[in-house]
Design a protein around this ligand. Structure first.
Ligand code: CAA
Length: 380
């Protein structure tokens, strides 16, 4: 067993960290305040080659690995969790299913511009009656000649409105329940495809979360991803990887809060000495660092398993569960270490605490992760 990153991966981490510190950090508080999605940041991420990290060069990718991908999401999220989830949804949720289930034509037409960052991707499964119970979706796709007509709505779509390419799940046969669900690739601008409410959120405020509406959207049969009825499996397999992206986001948020709390504890003097000299603060920092490290190891392990072609669904759920809970705990402790200042917007830890909460909710709540983990335990 070798727990070291390769020299290339270390250099990659440094490159992403420098970028995050220099290009993302200066505007993070303002973008959070204004709830502003900055496409220019995404374009810069694309210039660095981050939008296609794991995909082969022939599809516009960097031909790197999933471990590097989670490192990128972690480092971006250490500074700005909104930018982290933008990349995670783009790669794990929108690009991955096209890479895995798309035919050659779909890969050239849709994966390539996503990999180069010319286009931004999104994934739409959740509906108002189908959250944790994802199979209960109501959006329909009805065959009409060589096309499908899509009708219905989606909620909580990350990158919604800003994205150009959408993976949309709809039922082609309601009677078959989850076996009647199919996956489609939709493009922004298709007639009848419109956007609704943009959510005003507690955290990740500069990432967009939007409703999608479909009214007789005519989608050519060439845009069916995989086969009819394969959609639920595609969604579940996509979310297996997506959950590890969110685990990486959570590790990044927690590391950012730990770094900030550590620096503050060394500087803040009370009772004639830095608060870091108090054992009460030291114990907090030690617990925070230990949990961040454990979360990181699970996250890297899940990515390593995917890179080695081994099953990773259970580890990915464990990584998300552990890292999401850790992010919430560590950011809350960071605010505590900062005291009154931590509760103000003059310091980044209150934003990190708000951002952390979503990692316990989206891409399957942490209660759903426990269901997934328990199912594997009972089957094994
Ligand atoms: N890989 C492959 N197949 C899988 C699978 C996986 N990980 N998980 C389930 N399946 C298959 C099962 O084998 C089963 O197949 P058969 O019918 O052939 O036997 C089928 O899918 C149905 O499985 P279940 O009976 O377990 O399905 P279920 O309806 O009970 O649901 C669930 C299981 C785990 C609760 C699932 O519904 C789930 O993950 N819910 C959470 C949804 C979720 O994560 N939503 C997040 C949306 S994205 C988002 O958050 C916003 C964003 O943009 C970031």
């Amino acid at each position: 067993m070798d727990f070291r990153l390769t020299e290339e991966q270390e250099m990659f981490r440094k490159m992403v960290r420098d970028f995050a510190e220099n290009e993302v950090k200066p505007t993070v508080a303002l973008r959070d305040e204004q709830e502003f999605f900055d496409r220019e940041i995404f374009e810069k991420i694309a210039e660095l080659g981050l939008t296609g990290i794991p995909w082969p060069e022939e599809y516009g990718g960097a031909e790197s690995d999933f471990l590097s991908y989670v490192i990128a999401v972690e480092e971006l999220s250490r500074v700005d969790a909104s930018v982290g989830v933008t990349l995670s949804a783009h790669i794990s949720l929108a690009s991955w299913p096209i890479y895995k289930f798309g035919n050659e034509e779909q890969k050239m037409k849709y994966l390539k511009p996503l990999a180069t960052g010319e286009k931004l991707g999104a994934f739409a499964i959740t509906e108002n009656g189908a959250g944790s119970d994802a199979a209960n979706l109501r959006t329909t796709a009805v065959k009409d000649g060589d096309d499908y007509l899509i009708n219905g709505s989606k909620i909580f779509t990350t990158n919604g409105m800003e994205a150009d390419t959408y993976i949309v799940f709809a039922t082609t046969d309601k009677g078959k329940k989850h076996k009647g669900i199919s996956a489609f690739i939709l493009e922004k601008g298709m007639e009848g495809f419109t956007f609704g409410k943009k959510e005003k959120k507690l955290g990740i405020r500069s990432s967009t979360t939007v409703e999608l509406h479909f009214e007789n959207v005519r989608v050519p049969k060439e845009n069916l991803l995989g086969e009819e009825g394969q959609g639920f499996k595609i969604a579940m397999m996509t979310l297996d990887g997506g959950r590890n992206g969110i685990a990486a986001q959570a590790v990044g948020i927690a590391q950012g809060a730990l770094d900030a709390a550590l620096n503050y504890a060394k500087d803040r003097v009370q009772f004639g000495k830095p608060i870091s000299a108090q054992q009460g603060i030291q114990f907090k920092l030690a617990d925070m660092a230990t949990k961040v490290e454990a979360s990181r190891l699970l996250t890297y392990q899940a990515a390593w398993l995917e890179d080695h072609g081994l099953p990773y669904s259970k580890q990915s759920a464990m990584a998300k569960l552990m890292a999401g809970d850790t992010a919430m705990e560590v950011t809350t402790e960071a605010v505590q270490i900062f005291g009154g200042y931590g509760y103000t917007r003059d310091y980044p830890v209150e934003r990190m605490m708000r951002d952390a909460k979503i990692t316990q909710i989206y891409e399957g709540t942490n209660e759903i992760q426990r269901v997934v983990i328990a199912n594997y335990l009972l089957k094994e």
